[in-house]
Design a protein around this ligand. Structure first.
Ligand SMILES: Nc1nc2c(c(=O)[nH]1)N[C@H]1C(S)=C(S)[C@@H](COP(=O)(O)OP(=O)(O)OC[C@H]3O[C@@H](n4cnc5c(=O)[nH]c(N)nc54)[C@H](O)[C@@H]3O)O[C@H]1N2
Ligand SMILES: Nc1nc2c(c(=O)[nH]1)N[C@H]1C(S)=C(S)[C@@H](COP(=O)(O)OP(=O)(O)OC[C@H]3O[C@@H](n4cnc5c(=O)[nH]c(N)nc54)[C@H](O)[C@@H]3O)O[C@H]1N2
Ligand code: SF4
Ligand SMILES: [Mo]
Length: 807
């Protein structure tokens, strides 16, 4: 890229991604170095790593001096971000250096904690598990590295024969997964980020990439600023930063997306503009069974499909969705135009949805029916939120029903494959799925004598005490249950550590080796660059150390068929390295050993990964990665498309080679519209939507400790429409109480703020641990994905009485 274009792209990205920080007067530096050549005269040593935060998966260059991260720059060699970063990326180094990092294991001692040695901490955990292995559960994360998740997975399903392992990605990507499985028979997007460089039309279905995937979004804004025509259509329930950049904003009612997708399909059929060739060659039609619907559903004919879709006329869809008839017709015409290249993007609006599986399948269906599929820029692309929700959760399969490489515990053949790779006796893996997240916490916070069958819970790299829905139901009751034991590995004190019985201090990001996988199937690797503070240690080491203590205590599951420790790692001379002892953990590359074992799973469902060393050289590679005749490794940009995907049958244009119907075809689903799980009424007259802001990462545990980010967005707030505010007699900045049937939260009011909800609707971000909006949200979830709906529930606003206001 020439210098002018680079400078320009920097500008465009900064404008799109960091306007908020700039407006609030906070300054941050652009990279002033070219870190790619380590200069011998400099005392700063540079190395590559993916950014710690979002699923975009930008690469940064990390500058280390005297054992500390002192600088961070965008990595111009990275295809994802080409040298750019958003405001969180530029400040990612700061997250290591909050003043209150956890540095010692802490054991609850009445109302306070006492410091204990690691050996004792590991022993306490192992003995609790030994006493009752089946009532133990592991709650993990899409922010686990791939080796961390793989170790946890093997420990639970292979070691303990216990499937109670589930990640926070259940709250995030589960509906995308079930949508892909129902449609393609295999998970994860066909397209990649290059679609954003090629599309003529970009549709965001209720997501806000200007703040949540800012560098990715800047790719589109950049094209536009250079005079290319890209039409941006933002469908959503509130105006956001993304709306500011959109040509069209289509304001819908909550759940309106389902009606809109059905309406587009109706018009494609009615106008005869569906893609006849695509339909004839590449798809089947499907619908849920009338009784006891399953994820697979049942086949229906195209005629039957036409009959069912007939009622979704623009007029009916307008009523259900709140869009005008003209807006629906406009969408129908766009998809009916074969000359356009249309990319759909979505994230939590469609996933955190009690019809999450359905709406995911329907949007894929819109693209199939219209033939907008299989060409660069013409693609339905589900975005991932966390840096490794794809790599660690979906690919490693750390969900309660899954095994690595797209395998599931329910299938005997799949269990046998895992047992073989793990060299474990046949029958070791339990065939029954474990508890999904909501169930897991429900069981953990229910008294044992009332059937609460989880009594020890290990939480790594996630903060459920702030981020689970309906905290009063799913988390806060832990405080009163003395026989329940909560173990939390984190880097800072959080809402979750507050109720912990044992706190384990963790090493984070470049304090350890790691690998993650982003939204576009890109697997990325980095090396440890600095030491963690105090006695903080890697999550993967914690798991292995607990496993080894169990091995010492005689737990049979910690042995393979030959009696060897299930996490045995060998050096180049074939000697076992005692990696369960911290002082030896970095004698070998444990990540590499685990990754090479995990790779064996990835060839089973065409999710092939390259050897570890290939990722050391690259800024990530998109799977499937296959070896070429000349020995080199080739990544895949466009899956299922004959021109790029190595697994498409010879001569085929499109091949859904994991088709659930076994005929290479994808499924176009029909689902009837259903209303949201809770709807405003006289008592609770407002919609509440929750989500995020540019400057903060989720629970804010990391970003609120970086002063530049914290100053830019110091507090959570409630966005209220001016007319609602005046009807309620509330003023800008006034603190009010948001109340639902489940709980309350006090927040300052922001009228005409960052985002603008329509009349009758409010929005609250969830990053602020002093203002827990999840006391208010709803745990209702999709029947297939079990993902809860954080995007809509019924609330009211109460003015605080004079007494409270004075305090
Ligand atoms: N700055 C920052 N970036 C992040 C994160 C972060 O914490 N901070 N987190 C990352 C993670 S893990 C995730 S999952 C993503 C989330 O990224 P997004 O999904 O883009 O963001 P949210 O703020 O969760 O979603 C809010 C949107 O939900 C839409 N919505 C509400 N109801 C409905 C509905 O019924 N249907 C549809 N289709 N849409 C609806 C609204 O239009 C609203 O704008 O962000 C990732 N990126
Ligand atoms: N109201 C509302 N709630 C939501 C959502 C919403 O839209 N609205 N979205 C949901 C979604 S999509 C998501 S993904 C979840 C996210 O929810 P969480 O995963 O609970 O939130 P995070 O803040 O990312 O939690 C990560 C934790 O790990 C710690 N940490 C960082 N690095 C390390 C490490 O290397 N090791 C260890 N052990 N700890 C580390 C951090 O300090 C932090 O406490 O929130 C969900 N909750
Ligand atoms: S867009 Fe996401 S991955 Fe890229 S710098 Fe920002 S937070 Fe990091
Ligand atoms: Mo997420």
């Amino acid at each position: 890229m020439d210098n002018t274009r680079r400078a320009f792209m920097k500008q465009a990205a900064m404008a799109a991604a960091t306007a908020a920080a700039a407006r609030s007067g906070s300054a941050f530096a652009l990279p002033v170095v070219d870190p790619t050549d380590n200069d011998a005269s400099s005392t700063i040593h540079w190395n590559k790593a993916p950014c710690r935060f979002c699923g975009t998966g930008c690469h940064v260059q990390v500058g280390v001096e005297e054992g500390r991260v002192v600088a961070v720059a965008g990595d111009k060699h990275a295809d994802v971000n080409k040298g750019l970063l958003c405001v969180k990326g530029y400040h990612v180094g700061g997250i290591l250096y909050g003043k209150d990092r956890l540095t010692k294991p802490l054991l609850r001692d009445g109302d306070s904690y006492k410091e204990i040695a690691w050996d004792e901490a590991i022993d306490i955990v192992a003995k609790r598990i030994m006493k009752s292995p089946n009532t133990f559960a592991f709650y993990g994360s899409g922010q686990w590295t791939i080796p961390e998740g793989y170790a946890a997975q093997k420990f639970m399903k292979g070691g303990l024969s216990n499937n109670h392992i589930d990640p926070n990605a259940r709250l995030c990507m589960a509906s995308a997964v079930t949508g892909f499985l129902a449609t393609y028979g295999v998970d994860e997007p066909a397209g990649c980020y290059a679609d954003l460089d090629e599309c003529d039309v970009l549709i965001t279905w209720g997501n806000n990439p200007a703040e949540m995937h800012p560098v990715l979004f800047s790719r589109v804004i950049d094209r536009r600023s250079q005079g290319e025509k890209v039409r941006l259509i933002d469908i959503g329930t509130r105006r956001t930063r993304t709306t500011d950049a959109a040509n069209d904003f289509l304001l819908m009612k909550p759940h309106g997306d389902v009606a809109i997708a059905l309406g587009i399909m109706h018009l494609l059929i009615e106008n005869g503009t569906y893609d006849k060739k695509f339909v004839e060659n590449f798809v089947n039609f499907r619908a849920p069974e009338p009784e006891n619907p399953t994820l697979q559903g049942e086949a229906i004919s195209f005629d039957e499909y036409k009959k069912r879709i007939a009622k979704y006329t623009p007029e009916h869809v307008s009523e259900l969705s709140g869009l005008s008839v003209e807006q629906i017709r406009m969408l129908g015409e766009l998809f009916g135009d074969p000359k356009l290249k249309i990319t759909s993007l979505w994230c939590m609006g469609m996933n955190q949805h009690t019809m999450g599986t359905a709406i995911n399948s329907l949007v894929h269906g819109v693209h199939f029916l219209s033939g907008h599929f299989g060409k660069p820029g013409d693609s339905p692309t589900s975005l991932t939120g966390q840096p490794s929700a794809c790599g660690t959760v979906r690919e490693v399969g750390t969900l309660s029903h899954a095994l690595p490489g797209g395998r599931v515990v329910a299938k005997e053949e799949h269990r046998a494959q895992a047992e073989e790779i793990w060299n474990m006796p046949s029958g070791r893996i339990n065939a029954t799925a474990g508890h999904h997240t909501v169930k897991m916490f429900d069981q953990f916070t229910k008294p044992t004598d009332e059937g609460g069958d989880i009594d020890t819970l290990f939480v790594q790299v996630t903060n459920p005490g702030q981020t689970l829905p309906n905290l009063n139901l799913l988390f806060n009751d832990k405080a009163n249950l003395k026989d329940k034991f909560l173990i939390v590995s984190d880097v800072y004190p959080t809402a979750t550590t507050q109720l912990a019985d044992l706190i384990l201090p963790a090493a984070m990001w470049v304090e350890k080796n790691g690998m993650v996988g982003n939204s576009e199937r890109r697997t990325q690797q980095w090396f440890k660059m600095v030491d963690p503070p105090g006695e903080a240690r890697d999550d993967c080491w914690q798991t292995i150390a607990i496993a080894h203590r169990l091995f010492e205590l005689g737990h049979e599951g910690m042995k393979d068929k030959d009696g060897k420790f299930i996490f045995a790692v060998y050096d180049d001379d074939g000697e076992e390295v005692p990696v369960w002892q911290w002082k030896h953990y970095y004698d070998v590359n444990v990540d590499k050993a685990l990754f090479e074992e995990y790779r064996k799973f990835t060839v089973m469902k065409h999710k092939n990964l390259a050897p570890y060393e290939e990722y050391v050289k690259a800024r990530g590679l998109r799977w499937p990665v296959v070896q070429q005749a000349d020995g080199s490794w080739r990544e895949t940009m466009f899956r299922f498309a004959g021109f790029d995907d190595p697994f498409v049958a010879e001569g085929k244009e499109i091949d859904f080679y994991h088709s659930v119907t076994g005929d290479g075809r994808g499924q176009v689903w029909f689902h009837d519209y259903q209303p949201p799980p809770e709807v405003p009424d006289d008592e609770y007259p407002l919609w509440l939507c929750t989500g995020r802001v540019l400057e903060h990462w989720h629970s804010g545990s990391m970003t609120r400790r970086v002063s530049q980010l914290n100053r830019a967005m110091p507090t959570a707030y409630i966005e209220v429409h001016p007319e609602d505010a005046s009807a309620l007699n509330i003023r800008q900045g006034e603190v009010v109480t948001v109340e639902s049937r489940r709980g309350t939260c006090d927040l300052p009011v922001w009228i005409n703020g960052r985002g603008q909800p329509p009349k009758g609707s409010i929005f609250v971000p969830f990053f602020d641990e002093t203002k827990l909006i999840n006391n208010v949200t709803l745990e209702a979830h999709d029947p297939f994905s079990k993902q809860p709906d954080y995007k809509k529930c019924a609330v009211r606003i109460r003015k605080q009485d004079a007494e409270v206001a004075k305090k």
